[in-house]
Design a protein around this ligand. Structure first.
Ligand code: SAM
Ligand code: SF4
Length: 327
């Protein structure tokens, strides 16, 4: 079974945010005072998430990514991973995390069926890490990356959001990491979503500029990876690692978009940048039939827009926090 939207894109990937809570307060993601959090009762239970996954899998979803907030702060994540693993049609389960708790959980999660992990890291400098995350400690994150590698959660992908005047002087350092490690270092364009405290056109750095900065080290050659996703990958000659660029704003990645998002409070979100949401929770809590959940999933795919137009919108204030949607 294959699930296609109106624009003939195959939808086979679901990103699931399992909590809107976080143990960090990254300056570009959350406002200083944090955000209003969902009440406990509003968060989908693991059993509800597994039910959605199994119905989505019967329609054609093959890949699941767990995200947040910070997913590792929700208790018993291994139970969720193990339960999703029993849905045989699901071929790949991955996790996006800030890495703070990864050292503790990497082995257990790999054992229960997690395939891969993306770790968000925007600086390699301890003092700056503390500044960007409003008080975080980089040491456990670096240990978490090593633990993920040891546990075989490969390839480990490091996601960096380069922001002018904040960490743009480290773009080359991150790119150089691929010369000595097999990591995938991915630069994600700063987006006008999440905390708007920091956003300005001036702080935004385009993929073209990022690539030029990396190419000052050595020429980059395009690489075709089996599962590229929204990133375009390159490699320095002979390097074990690769460099990816995720251009949310400049080079629209919408044409290849294969994903649906499920928020922690049970809303299907067909597009990161659109406020359209389809609420699954009432149907889940009313014990509606699988057919009804399937109808809502199909509806979400049907209303998936062809592309975002955030570059043409003046008012972006309604875009929710990334910590709620999960990036
Ligand atoms: N807490 C986890 C983490 O940080 O990896 C998962 C959730 S976080 C919302 C997912 C991703 O969204 C992170 O890689 C983060 O850097 C990214 N993100 C958050 N706000 C962003 C923004 N305004 N522009 C670009 N990426 C952003
Ligand atoms: Fe938390 Fe991730 Fe947002 Fe940072 S980017 S505040 S770690 S949710």
């Amino acid at each position: 079974m294959e699930l296609r939207d109106k624009f003939e894109r195959v939808i086979d990937y679901m990103r699931i945010s399992i909590t809107d809570r976080c143990n960090l307060r990254c300056v570009y993601c959350m406002p200083d005072k944090g955000v209003k959090l969902f009440e406990h009762k509003d968060i989908l239970r693991y059993e509800e998430i597994v039910r959605v996954v199994s119905i989505a899998a019967s329609l054609g979803v093959r890949k699941i990514r767990i995200t947040g907030g910070e997913p590792l702060i929700r208790r018993n994540l291994s139970f969720l991973i193990a339960s999703i693993k029993t849905t045989h049609a699901i071929e790949d389960i991955s996790l996006t995390t800030n890495g703070v708790l990864l050292e503790k959980y990497a082995g257990e999660l790999a054992d229960t069926g997690l395939n891969r992990v993306n770790i968000s890291l925007d600086t390699l400098r301890p003092d700056r890490y503390s500044e960007i995350t409003r008080g975080g400690d980089i040491a456990p994150v670096l240990k978490g990356i090593e633990a993920a590698e040891k546990a075989g959660l490969l390839p480990v992908k490091i996601n960096m959001v380069p922001i002018r005047y904040l960490n743009d002087d480290e773009i080359a350092d991150f790119a150089r990491m691929t010369l000595t490690t097999p990591r995938h270092v991915r630069f994600i364009e700063f987006m006008p979503i999440g905390s708007r405290d920091l956003w300005s056109d001036e702080r935004y750095i385009s993929t073209d500029e990022l690539k030029k900065t990396a190419e000052k080290i050595a020429p980059l050659t395009p690489v075709r990876l089996r599962k590229n996703g929204p990133a375009k990958y390159f490699r320095f000659e002979g390097a074990p690692g690769v460099i990816g660029f995720i251009s949310a704003l400049t080079h629209h990645f919408c044409g290849d978009c294969n994903r649906l998002r499920l928020t922690a409070d049970g809303k299907l979100r067909p597009c990161l940048f659109s406020e359209t949401e389809i609420d699954l929770k009432p149907a889940l809590r009313k014990q509606s039939s699988d057919k009804e959940i399937e109808r809502l999933l199909r509806l979400a795919i049907q209303v998936k827009p062809e592309g975002h137009n955030i570059d043409q919108r003046d008012d972006l204030s309604s875009l929710k926090n990334m910590s709620r949607i999960g990036g």
